[in-house]
Design a protein around this ligand. Structure first.
Ligand SMILES: NC(=O)c1ccc[n+]([C@@H]2O[C@H](COP(=O)([O-])OP(=O)(O)OC[C@H]3O[C@@H](n4cnc5c(N)ncnc54)[C@H](O)[C@@H]3O)[C@@H](O)[C@H]2O)c1
Length: 261
């Protein structure tokens, strides 16, 4: 069981949306300290201030490996050993097949940033025999987000990395969970319109609903966190008959009148 109670919890992308909800929930659950980390340092400071005495903040670009390493060392020295790291920062990555800049941003934020945390934090956790890493991927990393190839592919990478780490560290006291929501009402989805496959898949849920799902999974020690229960069924259908699933996705694509990439 993973519990934020009395824990030192770090949340990246904590200035907004899902990260903010995770930081708020960790504080409510009795965390010792919640470190709100974001490249938007002012936003992180605002969220940290709203958490009361347990909140503290950090301006951190998760794609900067040296800064991630330094942050881990500084938090450990000043606040204490990190018990839970929520590797949650994410970026939109363009439409369609995307530009090279979209692919670069996607790989840096959705894959390499998690690698950096794993490289510099998980061995410390393993040495203590205690710790938890949450990787925020997406349902796009289990299924396919037809709106944007770079997002879907890099989120598949996030899921694969989370699985790899769960195997590598699971028997050393370090657990990993992988958060895979469909649409959530945050700034990231604010400009989605009627051509959005995410909106076609179902109504947006609130960031606090995602935090509920995370706490439930942590209590039960589950790896995969699906705030939208239907994603489990979609994944089963995809695995059972890939061609049928692809045909269904093409029908949805036609209904959404998507432009050719
Ligand atoms: N909103 C959704 O529908 C949805 C669905 C599935 C998965 N997700 C994932 O959930 C996570 C949170 O997204 P959100 O919807 O809350 O978006 P958001 O835009 O509200 O928040 C993302 C936060 O990440 C921060 N960030 C981006 N790049 C960063 C970097 N290099 N270093 C540090 N911070 C950085 C941003 O400043 C922002 O505060 C992301 O990984 C996203 O891909 C979102």
């Amino acid at each position: 069981m993973v519990t934020p109670s009395q824990a030192v919890v770090v949340v990246t992308g904590g200035a907004s949306g899902i990260g903010r909800a995770l930081a708020e929930r960790a504080a409510v659950e009795g965390a010792k300290t919640v470190v709100v980390a974001d490249r938007d340092g002012a936003g992180a400071a605002r969220v940290a201030a709203s958490l009361g005495s347990v909140g503290t903040h950090l301006a951190l670009d998760v794609t900067d490996e040296a800064a991630v390493k330094r942050s881990i060392e500084e938090i450990t020295a000043t606040v204490g050993e990190i018990d839970i790291w929520c590797s949650n920062a994410g970026v939109p990555t363009g439409r369609g097949l995307g530009t090279d800049a979209d692919w670069d941003a996607g790989f840096r934020v959705h894959v390499l940033a998690h690698v950096y945390v794993a490289r510099h934090l998980l061995p410390r956790m393993a040495a203590r025999g205690h710790g938890h890493l949450l990787i925020t991927a997406s349902a796009a990393g289990l299924l396919t987000e037809m709106d944007t190839a770079p997002y879907s592919v890099t989120k598949h990478g996030a899921v694969a990395l989370a699985e790899w780490l769960a195997i590598e560290y699971g028997d050393r006291g370090v657990s990993v969970s992988c958060l895979c929501p469909q649409g959530v009402r945050t700034p990231m989805t604010a400009d989605f319109d009627e051509t959005s496959a995410t909106l076609a898949a179902g109504a947006l849920i609130e960031p606090s609903d995602v935090a509920d799902a995370v706490m439930a999974a942590w209590r039960e020690g589950r790896f995969l966190i699906l705030p939208h229960a239907e994603v489990a069924e979609y994944e089963r259908r995809r695995a059972a008959d890939r061609d049928r699933w692809l045909a269904g996705m093409r029908r949805l694509r036609a209904r959404l009148h998507r432009p050719d990439s």
